[in-house]
Design a protein around this ligand. Sequence first.
Ligand code: SME
Length: 165
Amino acid sequence: MPTGSKVEEVKAELAKVVSQCKTENELMSRVVKLLHERMLKYNWVGFYMLENEAASQSAVLVLGPFEGAMTPHTRIPLNQGICGAAASTGQTVVVDDVHADPRYLACSLETKSEIVVPIFVNGKVAGELDIDSHFPAAFALEDRHLVEFCANLVGERIEKARHGQ
Ligand code: SME
């Protein structure tokens, strides 16, 4: 199956998942499971959620639901790692070769490329979705769109929960 139609299929499954999940935590757990199972080059898939406001000194990214091997990085300050870069700038970061990026915090020796997409809640970064691949340059434009789609689903769900909807 061409990757494009796989991405469309996974997006359709995600839309179903959203309607089935009652809490944001359940949604995050289902999203990481689905991406990890269906997207064969997504070897580690996990959320990091921001503890304290991005602008505050004590802001730190805390590991949330994930699929893949346990990572030593369960708490990441905003000035560290590719994860810190995405959260502090509010921009998606795609790294084709993690070993050529001085910001990279190693999680698995097998990781070759990584994508990190911020999650926005009411216009502010609230966390991020991080994916590692054992393949170099695994994240093309359509992958970026898929991961951004997932990050938006979670951001919207948190926004709704905060407004008591
Ligand atoms: N590689 C990330 C750290 C998290 S692990 O990949 C799960 C980084 O450089 O921020």
